[in-house]
Design a protein around this ligand. Structure first.
Ligand code: KIV
Ligand code: NA
Length: 265
């Protein structure tokens, strides 16, 4: 199989081919996602929410992200695997950022890292890129800053924040990032930023004008019933499927139907 590289993503953008991305946090899911033909797998710090049950992405540690990344890498043959640098492992200290990124690359075998922010983390991005580690940016609703925002609502609706996002997107491209996640911003702004860049934008809640899309895999599979933002399209109802499987099993065990003779030695 031909591996997806950052160059492949850039040439997909130049040809107008959309880039399909999903998150994964473990071996079995990554294997399915990779085999289906997803170009980019993000080992997101959303693992803090969907795997560990935390309310925010802030608590997950670098060690925990590395564990998830190691598991994902074992299931992947083709996709580009990008790993989130977790909160506290890169902000405001480029030496620490470099150390964190090197640990991810060395200990997991992942292909790139992602960091949230623009100008304020410029030094960290430069330092990580200087070690030959591909960096993906992330602008708009950056969940590691949720306590600054105070709400998970759409970002950059006002001119000032939109201008800041435009200039940060340009900066990330100039620094050498290979792509940018745009999260929960108006589709018009996302389309404008996308058109102004040569590197691909990957949207989540950022409309159809981005070069690609990403969703949290548990969300698009419908495993979680409680999370229904408008940008989320569910491609399965695994909540119902899995609940039916569990109750079916419980009933069969209680009734003595399982295991039957053929299922026994
Ligand atoms: O952690 C994550 O899943 C992400 C995506 C939603 C972009 O950062
Ligand atoms: Na993330």
């Amino acid at each position: 199989v031909k591996r997806v590289t950052t160059n492949v993503l850039r040439s997909m953008k130049s040809k107008g081919e959309k880039i399909a991305c999903l998150t994964a946090y473990d071996y079995s899911m990554a294997k399915l996602v990779d085999a289906a033909g997803i170009e980019l797998i993000l080992v997101g710090d959303s693992a803090s929410n969907v795997m560990a049950g935390h309310e925010t992405t802030l608590p997950i540690t670098l060690d925990q992200m590395i564990y998830h990344a190691q598991s994902v890498i074992r299931g992947v043959n083709r996709s580009l695997v990008v790993v989130d640098l977790p909160f506290g492992s890169y902000q405001g200290n480029s030496t620490q950022a470099l150390k964190s990124a090197i640990r991810i690359m060395k200990e997991s075998g992942a292909h790139a890292v992602k960091m949230e922010g623009g100008k304020e983390i410029e030094e960290s991005i430069i330092r990580v890129l200087s070690a030959g580690i591909p960096v993906m940016g992330h602008l708009g609703l950056t969940p590691q800053s949720i306590y600054k925002f105070g709400t998970y609502t759409v970002r950059a609706k006002e001119d000032e924040e939109a201008d800041l996002l435009r200039s940060n997107a340009k900066l990330l491209e100039e620094l050498g990032c290979f792509g940018i996640v745009l999260e929960k911003i108006p589709s018009k702004l996302a389309a404008e930023v996308t058109a102004s860049l040569e590197i691909p934008t990957i949207g989540i809640g950022a409309g159809n004008g981005c070069d690609g899309q990403i969703l949290v895999v548990h969300d698009m599979l419908g495993i979680n019933k409680d999370f229904s933002p408008r940008f989320l399209r569910r491609y399965a109802d695994l909540y119902t499927e899995m609940t039916n499987a569990f109750t079916g099993y419980i009933n069969d065990v209680k009734s003595g139907d399982f295991p039957n003779e053929k299922e026994s030695y």
